[in-house]
Design a protein around this ligand. Structure first.
Ligand SMILES: *Cc1c(COP(=O)(O)O)cnc(C)c1O
Length: 498
């Protein structure tokens, strides 16, 4: 499989190169040259294990690259990478259990080390980067540089901690994340990890990181890379759980091979839902993909009228991991619909005017595959409470956005297919919001975890039990104009921790 830039078809790379580069030189994102030879063997699906499915997806999307090959071939190599990534990392053998709630199914993707769905991708990405480094003979040290509003940072730290040949620096806004999220990060003790708070908000941290990528002069033998979902190595692992959900529904006797299934996805950067579209392109019988947003509903408007307009107010919501105005991965969908030339023009419009507009025909093509909806914070909290009271099922605020959108969508356009709602975070990761939704009292974020347990009896994820007692390893803090100097110092320092 070859990968092309979404902005220029002449830029073509091997999968390992695309994984190492993250983003193409022209600012485009890497896409498979074609899905023609990328069919998943649906006839074998019912017999496949979870790891078989993940390895198969990786073998298809990265076919022909030594990165996934070992002495026994690509299938065996891919399986080994998947095993290294996932064995012993998730709470259960079933890393993404389905729960029936009302007429739909909730797929819980949050049973990994940091309790959000990003673990599924960020446990495997480091294995892919490490393998790509080996197979391409790259000698440089890779430093992953990331700004986070919470979930990405902890998942990336967990995935990259103590992986050979890679170091990771995470910046987070000093007062912009929850106490639980902060402690998850500053307690990671991998020798190759560095976590630093920044005086400012998430945008300040993000701008600082972009500035470092563009302007920092690196020492010989060091390159910077990103753990952001623009990396194809982060997108590919997510395709697998759509196939897995389908297999589970078949095994439960809910569907027969060939029946279509809808997926409702709580969306921010458009990575998770795009993985579902990849699954469809690879032969999974998918009905509608429903894009669920919070008050930052730029995507809802886009799917409604074909205009993407980022010139609007930004809201901090109760589903903070979806607070985003530029959904980077949407560029990959545009590319599939309009081709590189058009895609590149739209991205230029977005940069210069903050807006682009699809043609009527393009919008029609997209609307055949995608529906969209949004809900505000009040509806989100009401949904947490109503699903708990009605079905006895506890969900976090991000999942509640998707559930709320699912209910509105099903009333309007139910197509009769089974529907899976993706659950992206543990309710314990956002305990205080969940407690507020349930009308319960607590003293602090950490206290909310325990009180939520007392109230609901739902199992606390192992990694969050007594989280407030985990030792703080990282204590550095900088002002936003000091970030560059800080990274400069770190990339020149050989050993970070003893
Ligand atoms: C990142 C995140 C999302 C959004 O996923 P995208 O791939 O960016 O669309 C949704 N929910 C949670 C809990 C997340 O951490």
């Amino acid at each position: 499989m070859l990968y092309l830039s979404t902005r220029n078809n002449k830029i073509s790379k091997k999968p390992s190169e695309a994984v190492l580069e993250g983003i193409a030189k022209d600012g485009g994102l890497y896409m498979p040259k074609s899905f023609e030879n990328a069919s998943f063997p649906m006839d074998d699906l019912s017999k496949m294990s979870n790891k078989d499915i993940s390895a198969e997806v990786i073998s298809i999307l990265f076919a022909g690259d030594e990165m996934i090959s070992d002495e026994k071939g690509e299938a065996a190599g891919a399986y080994k990478l998947v095993s290294n990534a996932y064995d012993g990392k998730f709470e259960n053998e079933d890393y993404a259990p389905l729960s029936k709630v009302g007429n739909a199914y909730v797929m819980e993707l949050y049973h990994g080390p940091t309790c959000a769905f990003k673990d599924v991708a960020l446990q495997l990405l480091p294995q892919l980067i490490s393998a790509a480094k080996k197979s391409t003979g790259m000698k440089d040290e890779i430093v992953i540089l990331t700004a986070t509003s919470g979930d990405t940072g902890s998942a990336a730290l967990s995935g990259f901690s103590n992986v050979d040949g890679v170091k990771i620096i995470v910046f987070y806004p000093r007062n912009g994340i929850s106490a639980v999220q902060e402690r998850q990060m500053v307690s990671v003790d991998g020798k190759n990890t560095c976590v630093c708070s920044v005086g400012g908000n998430f945008d300040d941290a993000q701008s600082g990181v972009k500035n470092i990528f563009a302007n920092l002069k690196l020492p010989e033998g060091v390159v910077l890379s990103s753990a952001n979902s623009i990396n194809i190595g982060r997108l590919a692992p997510q395709v697998a759980y759509y196939f897995k959900a389908y297999r589970d529904l078949m095994q439960n006797g809910e569907i027969k091979m060939g029946d279509k299934v809808n997926f409702v996805v709580p969306t921010g950067n458009f990575g998770d839902i795009l993985a579902g579209y990849f699954a469809k392109k690879m032969g999974l019988p998918v009905g509608q993909l429903v894009c669920a947003s919070n008050t930052n509903n730029v995507l809802t408007d886009f799917f409604e009228n074909g205009v993407y307009n980022k010139n609007r107010s930004f809201f901090i919501t109760k589903s903070p991991s979806m607070d985003i105005l530029i959904s980077s991965n949407l560029e990959r969908l545009l590319y599939l619909v309009c081709g590189a030339e058009k895609c590149s023009e739209y991205m230029k419009d977005l940069k210069e005017k903050g807006e682009y507009k699809l043609s009527k025909e393009e919008l029609e093509i997209i609307r055949k595959e995608f529906d969209a909806g949004f809900c505000d914070d009040k509806e989100t909290l009401e949904t947490v409470a109503s699903v708990y009271n009605k079905h006895g099922y506890l969900m976090d605020t991000h999942t509640a956005v998707a559930w709320n959108v699912y209910e509105k969508w099903a009333r309007k356009c139910d197509n009769g297919y089974k529907t899976v709602v993706l659950s992206t975070a543990s309710p314990y990761k956002f305990s205080s919001s969940v407690m507020n939704a349930l009308g319960q009292k607590y003293e602090s974020e950490f206290d909310a975890v325990n009180k939520l347990y007392e109230y609901t009896g739902a199992k606390i994820p192992a990694s969050l039990v007594n989280i407030e007692r985990k030792p703080i390893v990282h204590k550095v803090t900088v002002e936003k104009d000091e970030m560059m100097d800080f990274v400069d110092k770190m990339v020149n320092k050989k050993v970070w921790m003893d």
